[in-house]
Design a protein around this ligand. Sequence first.
Ligand code: PMP
Length: 359
Amino acid sequence: MPIYNFSAGPAMLPPEVITQIQAELPSLANSGMSILEISHRTKLFENILNTAKADLRALLNISSDYEILFMQGGGTAQFAAVPLNLVTHSKKIAFIDSGYWSMRAIQEAQTLGFTTAILASSQKQNYTNIPKLDISTPLDDYAYLHLTTNSTIEGLSIHAIPNNLKIPLVADMSSNFLAEPYNINDFDLVYAGAQKNLGPAGVSVVIIKKRLLVSYSNITSVMNYHLTAQKNSMFNTPPVFAIYTVGLVLKWLKAQGGVAAIYEKNLKKAQLLYQFIDNSKFYTNNINKKDRSLTNITFTTGSSSLDEKVIQAATAAGCLNLKGHRSFGGLRASLYNAMPLEGVLALIDFLTTFEENNR
Ligand code: PMP
């Protein structure tokens, strides 16, 4: 029985990548050493890191105005690193609140003593839609505007990015990075934890406009963007294995035809599942249609005990990790780049049978 892993993260990786890791694990490039034991100060690793950066640059058309950084501490560390590096002259930070992870970014900035303002929020609608930013709002008092392109827990996405803001735009792209074609030029800083669409847990990517790389002496070194850029993401020991795997995933994505090609596949996968849910009288998804996420599809039977039954039966049928986030409940299928169409078809088959047996 084929097994499909619908986890929101760490999430499934392309099987080809796992096979390659397995083949290369004892001895990387005939070095006689495993990737798990090589020093980051070797030419071998420097090539791996620089190739990963170059491949990412090519995949996202990242111009030379931007630097690419590999950092640790997940998306959560970036909730702190962004304000620490970007807020100057005691300015406030503006946020669009589209879900749990937006709020976590806001709380982290507040913990550090920064002043935050939520310019748009859909909390009152239980995050069933992307809140509208009033573009006439004066932004001069703010250091930057932060948004979350994909709300992993609720299952909604900002597909149209606000532009001409006159202040830097920062995006947490953790859960739809490389899954849909955003234009990096619309942002001043983008960050994403790898463990959904890009690789294993342990590394995050930061894409930052070079003009924002200001040298500060009062930021802890591992969160200092300027220092990280200056040292080519190797101020201290980087997560060697995670960066190596990111490199393999990027090569895999190139072989798939890049972001535009994978986006077409992602659209098809998501449309199939949403169509199934919308046509069913048993499962529901109440996210505003145009704001629906392609990568995290939330749904429910309306009963927590029946949802639990779905999860148990799905596990037995090879469809793993359909449990919604502990703060949100319900069901969630994460369809990142590595999830094949067959996985979605298997899930729909399972959900159809479950509905027939439990109606
Ligand atoms: N932002 C988003 C959108 C996320 O989905 C997550 C994790 N699920 C995070 C931030 C936090 O990431 P981490 O656990 O790597 O700190």
